[in-house]
Design a binder for this molecule. Structure first.
Ligand code: GLU
Length: 307
């Protein structure tokens, strides 16, 4: 019988773990442990140009120092091309994808989706125009069909993917597979039942559900946690130069991540080991206390206050 709960943390190795990614790791870990589930790690290095040498090793070392325990050898997307090729071939056989010759500039001139991003106007859907070369491979979507799901934190989410995003890219112009394809194929192949991640990815979820349906895969449950933003309102990320978690001092960031998720770790845990903190956190985990917000501002010293 397949396990009833399989969760995962899927960092992109573009830099060391920072507070924002720790929140996603901690939320998915606590959900998995509290439901006697398995917790998997997946290194999302599908976007080769963004991958930073040494970042994967650093992230694994940081997670270990923070007391996370994963239940299988981590997967690496760079080793899984054949599975993405196979998924694309299935979609191609069912005429669900098409080659697209449009450049970014051509699409930028088209109508805008409600979020301000250009919406793919369907130019190459019925075949490339003469003299055009295939640049990307896109998945067909259907306007007028809302894709909905009930998010464990954010409530009901719906998107008309066809009208709001349009046919989206599964294979990029540089020949690399797109994040949306890799994530859907890998979650299904590793039996993930529950996706717990930052709310910055909530807009991808309806696209991923659409793709799951096209591939005949089941849809996991979703929980999108609030993301930490800095004083300028930008998501804490490697790009916004969020400070790396110091593996030598695991307690302050762990306790801050718990507080950020609406949990109330007692002050006595301030100098505790990660094992003690996790024991408390697993015993007292209250997903209902997670703030139902997509973003929460924290200042750079958020966890130092708990040191
Ligand atoms: N690799 C993505 C990130 O680091 C997470 C993808 C996911 O959880 O689906 O933001």
């Amino acid at each position: 019988m397949p396990p009833s709960y399989v969760g995962r943390f899927a960092p992109s190795p573009t830099g060391p773990l920072h507070f924002g990614s720790l929140v996603a790791a901690a939320g998915s870990y606590l959900e998995a442990r509290c439901r006697s589930g398995r917790w998997l790690l997946r290194v999302e290095d599908v976007d080769r140009p963004r991958t930073v040498t040494g970042a994967e090793a650093t992230i694994l070392r940081q997670l270990e120092a923070l007391g996370f325990e994963w239940d299988a050898e981590p997967w690496r997307q760079s080793a899984r091309d054949e599975h993405y090729v196979a998924a694309l071939a299935r979609l191609r056989a069912a005429s669900q994808v098409f080659d697209c010759g449009c450049s970014r500039r051509e699409i930028a001139d088209s109508a805008l989706a409600p979020d301000g991003a250009p919406r793919y106007p369907g130019t190459c859907r019925d075949g490339l125009r003469p003299g055009r070369r295939a640049r990307t491979v896109r998945l067909k979507t259907e306007a007028g069909l809302a894709v909905c799901f009930d998010d464990g934190v954010q409530g009901r989410i719906c998107e008309d993917v066809g009208a709001e995003v349009g046919d989206f890219v599964l294979k990029r112009a540089d020949g690399l597979f797109a994040y949306q394809l890799a994530v859907v194929v890998d979650d299904a192949a590793s039996g993930v039942t529950d996706v717990v991640r930052g709310a910055d990815l909530i807009d991808s979820s309806c696209r991923q559900i659409w793709l799951q349906r096209c591939l005949g895969l089941s849809t996991p449950r979703y929980m999108h946690l609030p993301v930490a933003t800095n004083g300028h309102g930008n998501k804490l990320s490697k790009q916004s130069r969020a400070p790396a978690i110091d593996p030598a001092r695991p307690a302050p960031p762990l306790l801050a991540a718990l507080a950020f998720l609406g949990q109330a770790p007692p002050p006595e845990l301030a100098g505790a080991t990660p094992a003690t903190i996790w024991r408390w956190a697993i015993e007292h985990w209250r997903p209902a206390a997670i703030p139902r917000q997509r973003a929460i501002r924290v200042d750079a010293e958020f966890w130092e206050e708990r040191a």
